[in-house]
Design a binder for this molecule. Structure first.
Ligand SMILES: [Zn+2]
Ligand SMILES: [Zn+2]
Length: 319
């Protein structure tokens, strides 16, 4: 069996701003979203399993266009959500309805789509959005574990693959749907095959210092699970670190995470050109500039492995 990880999206999670004259907003190049498909194929090259991680705006269209999911290869076995924020869930109805129609037309009469998320995210989806949840079967694990907790592996039936959620902190996503706080709603994912480890570490805020200096045994176990990845995909929104906690990490934070987690290849996602502010490094940078600047720092500081900015459709063979 072969397992492929493809980066999805028709544009990044942070929108271009109407009328903005920065280089990023002027650049017509589409950008990868924080979304990935884990597509498993048999010896004949047939797609036999598909797990989708996050479903922001444009992701459904890119999934529908994926050559490994065309025609008789089309399938969706699981949807895993890192959290409820709209830039990670806005495409849900589109793909869920499409999946349901495929099920009916093909005569497969598939069961409701299994969706994994944390209980706090499930509450947000149920209470505050008009999602087609009757077409889904929600699977949640645990309750309100603090950042840096390993959760039980997902109940997927995919031989040789384990997917372990790890709780993370992510700013206002950690509000409860009923107004309580904190209600930890967010998870990163560790995908292990027989030969590779891949970490999807998004969205996180800049307070997740347990990634660098774990404070207890649970956090140390979580760091061990996240460490030594062949592929680390990490949320990077700011270029410069801020004195206050920010909703997403800066590239300075990411350097510290990488120095401790020692990934072989680091990929920056959730990039922006605006939060650092006009006139500052990071302002108006498109993805090519982000990659060039990040690689210079990586080389200069002798950080582990390599750093890249992935493009839509980039595909990695995990086994
Ligand atoms: Zn978010
Ligand atoms: Zn996001």
């Amino acid at each position: 069996m072969k397992h492929l990880l493809t980066i999805n999206g028709l544009d990044g999670p942070l929108a271009r701003i109407l009328g903005c004259d920065c280089g990023r907003c002027a650049d017509p190049t589409r950008q990868a979203h924080t979304s990935a498909s884990l597509i498993s194929q048999n010896e004949q090259g047939e797609t036999i399993h598909h797990i989708l991680f996050d479903l922001g705006l444009g992701v459904a269209e890119s999934v529908l266009a994926n050559p490994h999911l065309q025609g008789s290869r089309a399938r969706l076995d699981w949807l895993c959500l890192s959290h409820w924020h709209p830039d990670h869930t806005a495409g849900m109805n589109h793909l869920i309805v499409s999946h349901h129609a495929h099920s009916k037309r093909s005569g497969l009469n598939l069961p409701p789509l299994p969706v994994w998320c944390r209980p706090g995210t499930a509450e947000w989806l149920q209470r505050h959005h008009d999602f087609e949840l009757t077409l889904c079967q929600l699977h949640t694990t645990g309750d309100n574990e603090p950042p840096g907790t390993l959760l039980p592996a997902l109940p997927i039936a995919l031989p040789g693959v384990t997917i372990t959620p790890v709780t993370v902190a992510h700013y206002n996503a950690d509000h409860g749907a009923d107004g309580t706080r904190p209600r930890y709603c967010c998870a990163a994912f560790v995908i292990k095959t027989a030969v590779t480890k891949t970490v999807l570490l998004w969205d996180i805020d800049s307070s997740n210092d347990w990634l660098v200096t774990p404070q207890n045994e649970a956090q140390a176990a979580a760091v061990a699970q996240l460490a030594q990845a062949d592929y680390l995909f990490v949320d990077t929104t700011f270029w410069q670190a801020r004195p206050k906690i920010t909703s997403h990490p800066s590239f300075s934070n990411v350097q510290r995470y990488a120095a401790n987690l020692q990934p072989r290849r680091t990929f920056l996602l959730h990039l922006s050109g605006h939060p650092d502010g006009r006139g500052n490094p990071g302002w108006g940078w498109h993805n090519g500039r982000w990659q060039t600047e990040a690689q210079q720092v990586w080389h200069h500081k002798e950080l582990p492995g390599t750093v890249h900015v992935p493009a839509i459709g980039d595909t990695f063979c995990l086994a």
